[in-house]
Design a protein. Sequence first.
Lengths: 242, 440
Amino acid sequence: MDVRIIHFYPGLMDLYGSRANVLALKRYLERLDCGVAVEEVLPGGGADISRGDFFYMGAGTERAARAAMEDFARYAEPLKAAAQDCAAMFFAGTAMDLAGKTIKEADGSSYEGLGLAAYTTQHGKRRIVGDVYGRTDLYPEAVVGFMNKCGVVTGVETPLLTGLDLGFGNEKERGPEGFHWKNVFASQLTGPLLVKNPKLLETVAAAIYARRGKTLPVDRPVDRWAQAAYAVTEEQLRARAK
Amino acid sequence: MRKFLAIAVCKLGRAVGKLIGKGSSLPGKFALKICPDILRRVELPQHIIAVTGSNGKTSTVEMIAAVLRADGKTVVYNEEGSNQIEGVATLVLTHASLGGRVRADVLLIESDERYAAHTFQFFHPTEFVITNLYRDQLTRNGHPEWVYDSILPALHPDTELILNADDPLSSCFARGREKVKWFGLDRCSVSTDAPTGVYHDGAYCPVCHAPMEYGYVHYNHIGAYRCTKCGHKKPATDYTVTAVDLENAVVTVDGGVEIALAFRSIYNIYNILAAYAACRECGVPSETAAAVLSRYLLKNGRMQTFRLGAHHGTLLTSKHENSIAYDTNLRYIAASEKDCVVLVIVDAVSRKYFTSETSWLWDIDFGQLGAPQVKRVVLAGRYCNDLAERFSYTDLENWSVEPDVAAAAAELKSSGDEELFVVTCFSDRDKILSRVEREA
């Protein structure tokens, strides 16, 4: 199976290892014998959304995210149509803000997001940082990550993480985090979330397969270092959460 | 009365703290509780130099102090690195008379970049050196633009800024200001044509976010940048390294002043140049500055040599959560000539707070260890699996994993005689230094 990954603004939206999510997905799919092409979309460039199997944007600074949105807005309608058609997408860090309806800045200004969902992000002057340990309805294992944001997200009805035992969620401590609808995944958690959570990587890959009417093979690749790293962090954060 | 009491309590607390080996910020904390605006009430020296930035603060401050003292000036500075307002209060009040007069020609302050505005709410520096702004300690700093916004209120209009012309972000502090001096490097032997590293924070203009172009680069995104849209670009420099001869370990400043390097690192060159610029702005002759800075050996222990079995070792302290610090030290290893082994330790991400955050590993260009003289790499510590996962995305194949730092040290001790480079952070370095024979 050939898979086309469309990576939006890799130079602009690339804080703290965000690009590793694409690297991890590409390698995982290649180990499943998929042919994987990654198309990087730059501001002012172009992308044929209809050809994409997976759409990704990583985290950027608040100012970079606003600059990215100026270009990203023109993909709103085709991306909404693709999402409705169960295309897989992942928006990480501040890119999650852009997938929503409105972003309100700390200085009182605001701008419109993609509108894939109805939530709103309000940026503030306080940095919200800390480890996160949470649960998702997608699989039994815990999700681990790190929050590094200045925004509170309201209006999410279908979160990716349904509850946290540690850390700050969309709008409160230990509250739900992220957004999930059909095969759209979004999380404000920083960095390489798909590397840190092998099960989430598998879930995203399964979503790509599902849109093609396929299921992941029974014999799936296991990344032993990623698994071992997850085990250590999961243990550390679980203990911390208690 | 409160002023007198605050100073007395601080002095007493400092004296007691020294006896028990603690207390560089606590006495100041008490003093600020007694008299919150004590730093406004004291009589400060004519010169107040502040140094902040992501990297190089401690080294730059240490070198500035050495030069100024050699020039006959009395300097007080926060040698122990307590760089938030409490530590600064301890520093100032400890060196003040009970009447509140600081007995020094120069007050030199290393300031935490996130808290500079807090520290300088009661007084302002006459000179403010900002070394650079990079990705650093995301677990508390957010990101470089967030830190930029935090520093901005600390910059008083009367303060002269001494800025790194080669850093596209921290150079923005000059916007709308007149009192600015610039330091930077001309194209030289260490320059490349394009940015290096696995991410590119200079890809887009920090002012308008249009694409940027580079004439040359010294490391990562530090070099001669130019925005294709708004004109933000590397300014002309007042203090310039005009030539770098790493083979003979010497740099030339302003075309004629030679400074010998004790440590052949691009970082060291920038720190030396920042210190040189600050001292020259305080009226120190170039000959005095050059003489002190030549072969200056930092006392802050960030680079240490030792023996482990038949290995001669060098500790390259690299701040965790700071990819450019790592990249620079990896570049140093890649440029070394003898066969070597490298031990990378990530055991505690921070010495100050708990976190399991390892995203920053993905911002480090570990591929630099593909140099032929690097015979093998050992990954150790609690987060060795995260390191291994990161390494599995490089072309490197000569690496192995040993979770236990003691076991890794024992294995290295019993095998081989190559040069050994240890790359780790303050939080983890004692875990290896306690197992080696340190050199004087």
